[in-house]
Design a protein around this ligand. Structure first.
Ligand code: MG
Length: 137
């Protein structure tokens, strides 16, 4: 999945333009999601120097984003494309319901994929059974 992640208030405590304290399990969770093959995009209000500082801070903590405020690294913004980046999931402290915390976020993303996996398994075995009953005829 493509996962868009906010910075201030999400990865670190909201202290913009300063960089706040890292939120509990933020980097652990994000690095683990990357290991699972998810593509992470930093999706932040920060621009210019402030954006660079956030990227640098994440890099120091071992996290390198696929792209920052872009769909892909080489994307050049102009009026022909929307400013909104495309993602399957957006992680932001301004979510409806507020920031969930990184353990909960991890749990939700992985529960969902487990459900999808089980659903696929079920469909597969139904297909197989369907095929077997077809053979018996
Ligand atoms: Mg925020």
């Amino acid at each position: 999945m493509i996962i868009a992640v906010d910075f201030d208030g999400t990865i670190v405590e909201h202290e913009y333009p300063k960089i706040g304290k890292t939120k509990l399990y933020a980097f652990e969770t994000l690095k683990e999601l990357q290991k699972q093959g998810h593509q992470l995009i930093m999706w932040t209000y920060r621009a210019g120097e402030y954006e660079k500082k956030a990227v640098e801070f994440c890099r120091e903590n071992g996290l390198e984003f696929y792209a920052v405020n872009k769909n892909y690294p080489e994307e050049v913004f102009d009026e022909t494309i929307s400013r909104k980046i495309y993602a399957d999931i957006y992680i932001d402290d301004r979510n409806v319901g507020g920031f969930l915390g990184w353990s909960k976020i991890w749990q939700i993303i992985n529960e969902n994929s487990e459900e999808t996996f089980l659903q696929n398994e079920k469909e597969q075995s139904l297909k197989k059974r369907g095929f077997l009953s077809f053979l018996k005829k």
